[in-house]
Write a protein that binds this ligand. Sequence first.
Ligand code: TMP
Length: 219
Amino acid sequence: MKNKKSVFITIEGCEGCGKTTQSELLKKYLQSKGLNVILTREPGGSVVAEQVRNILLNPDFKVAPYCELMLYEASRAQHLEDIIKPNLEKGYVVICDRFTDSTLAYQGYARGIDKEIIKKLNNIATLGLKPDLTIYLDINPNKGIKKAKTINKGKLTGGDRIERESLKFHNNVRKGFLELVKKYPDRIKKIKTNEVIEKTQRQINKEIDKFFKKKRIYV
Ligand code: TMP
């Protein structure tokens, strides 16, 4: 699936950590280095996968835990075929706003589904593809949730189906991400989200530069 030049980067974090803004800034930064870059997201990222996203995030739906897990994986399997795989084959840098670590953190650590089952399903949906580098943006859910709900709706409202989960749920998501950072220190780089967007961006770019220099993609 991967071409010599292609790089697969994922951006992870709890609600309101600033992933979406930082993903867009990262795309521009890498383009300024002369690289071909696409930015995509999960759940969603392609026509069919975005339809699955609509089901997953609709606050009017009550979704059973295994249905939720399999819908995230279904969206991923489609997104992989439609967007991730073809762009990696073309030699592009693919930046994905959330990927398999989110499923472990949300459906595993927070929802309580067996992580071994999740790892197997992640593996099936991704055809075994792993990110080359993951940036984890750390924020205290107490702060993040308020921010996420404000951003999403322009004013403070109930938020989407996942944002409406309890603070305890979101704290468990964060615990999950922090455990993943410990487990995969070579792949996942933790960056504390700063109120000042440019400060967070500088820290991300530092990690990105280190990674690309090691790969000899740019120096
Ligand atoms: P977003 O807010 O980053 O667009 O993501 C949508 C929501 O989906 C967010 O609350 C995190 C959640 N999610 C999971 O629960 N499991 C997953 O596998 C993914 C990719 C996202």
